[in-house]
Ligand binder design. Structure first.
Ligand code: ZN
Length: 275
C-alpha cells in the first residue's frame, strides 16, 4: 500500500489516482494523515479492501507523509563509505541525533539555502506504525508502517559550530524533505536491500544500497527502542552513503537555482529546488 498526505488529507495511492481515506471509509477513519498512525493496524486492514479511487493524484499536492511526528531520529555515519570519506571512525553504536520536527517538509518543497555550506544527504526514512519498546531485531519491521525517501539537508558550518551540534545544523526550515509517500514493507522486494541515490541538476552524486548500512533498520529499531519507546508516526532518518558535498575535493555545496532529486528503489523520487 502507498499512503500519502495529499493537500493535508490522508489518501491511499492507486496508480495515478487516490482514494481519500475519510471519504471512502465513510468517516470511520479521519482525514488527518498524522492521526492514522495511531490506529495503523486497523487502517492497514481496511486499506487492503480499498480498490476504487475517489479522484486524481496531483503530485504538486503531496506533503510530508508523517506531518507531526512526536520524535524524529537521525543516524550519522551509518555507511562505511561515508564514515571513511568524512575521516571519522566507524561507530560502535548508532550515532544518533534529531532533526527538529519543524524542519521537515514535503517531497517537492523548496530548500532555502543559507550560507555556503549547505549539503545534501539522501536517506532511507522509516516511519513507526506500532509503539515499540525493547523490540528485538526479528520483530522490528512489524513495528514499522513503512518507508519513504528523505533528504537530511545539512548546514555544515552550523553543524560543526560550538563543538558539534548536529541537531541544529540539520534543522533549518525546509531541511527535511520527505515523500513522495509511504510504502508499506510488503511492497518492497527486500526491505533491507534497496537502492538509493540523489542527483544535482541531473548529475548523480550519491548511489548506494541500504544493504551497506552499518546498523540496518532492524538494528536501529532494536537499539533505539531499548532506550525509549518509539511512537506511531515517529520518523527515523537512517543515514547517508558516500558522495556528500563536504567530502569532495574541492568541497561542494548547494546553491540557489539547483534542483536536487532523491530516490529510493521501489518507493519513488522527491525533487527539491534550492532557493
Ligand atoms: Zn544524515
Amino acid at each position: 500500500m502507498k499512503f500519502a498526505n495529499h493537500a493535508g488529507r490522508a489518501v491511499i495511492v492507486l496508480g495515478d489516482e487516490i482514494a481519500d481515506v475519510a471519504e471512502i471509509s465513510g468517516g470511520r477513519f479521519g482525514s488527518d494523515p498524522a492521526s492514522l498512525y495511531d490506529e495503523w493496524d486497523d487502517f492497514r486492514a481496511f486499506a487492503e479492501t480499498v480498490t476504487s479511487a475517489t479522484g486524481p493524484l496531483d503530485p504538486a499536492a503531496l506533503r510530508n507523509p508523517s506531518p507531526r511526528p512526536r520524535q524524529v531520529f537521525a543516524i550519522g555515519l551509518n555507511y562505511r563509505t561515508h564514515a571513511e570519506e568524512s575521516g571519522m571512525a566507524i561507530p560502535e553504536v548508532p550515532a544518533t541525533f534529531t532533526k527538529f520536527p519543524e524542519s521537515l517538509s514535503g517531497p517537492f518543497d523548496d530548500v532555502p539555502i543559507t550560507g555556503g555550506s549547505v549539503d545534501w544527504e539522501v536517506e532511507l526514512v522509516v516511519i513507526v506504525g506500532r509503539a515499540a519498546r525493547s523490540v528485538s531485531r526479528d520483530d522490528a519491521w512489524s513495528h514499522l508502517a513503512g518507508v519513504t525517501v528523505g533528504q537530511d539537508i545539512s548546514d555544515r558550518q552550523l553543524q560543526f559550530a560550538a563543538g558539534m551540534q548536529f541537531s541544529l545544523g540539520k534543522s533549518r526550515t525546509g531541511f527535511g524533505p520527505m515523500g513522495p509517500w509511504l510504502v508499506t514493507p510488503d511492497e518492497l522486494p527486500n526491505p533491507d536491500d534497496l537502492g538509493l541515490g540523489c542527483s544535482l541538476d541531473g548529475e548523480v552524486v550519491q548511489d548506494a544500497r541500504t544493504s551497506d548500512l552499518i546498523f540496518d533498520v532492524p538494528a536501529l529499531v532494536e537499539e533505539l527502542s531499548s532506550v525509549l519507546t518509539l511512537r506511531p508516526g515517529d520518523v527515523v532518518f537512517t543515514g547517508t552513503p558516500s558522495g556528500v558535498g563536504m567530502a569532495r575535493q574541492p568541497a561542494r555545496s548547494l546553491a540557489a537555482g539547483q534542483v536536487l532529486e532523491s530516490w529510493v528503489e521501489a518507493v519513488g523520487t522527491i525533487r527539491n529546488r534550492c532557493v
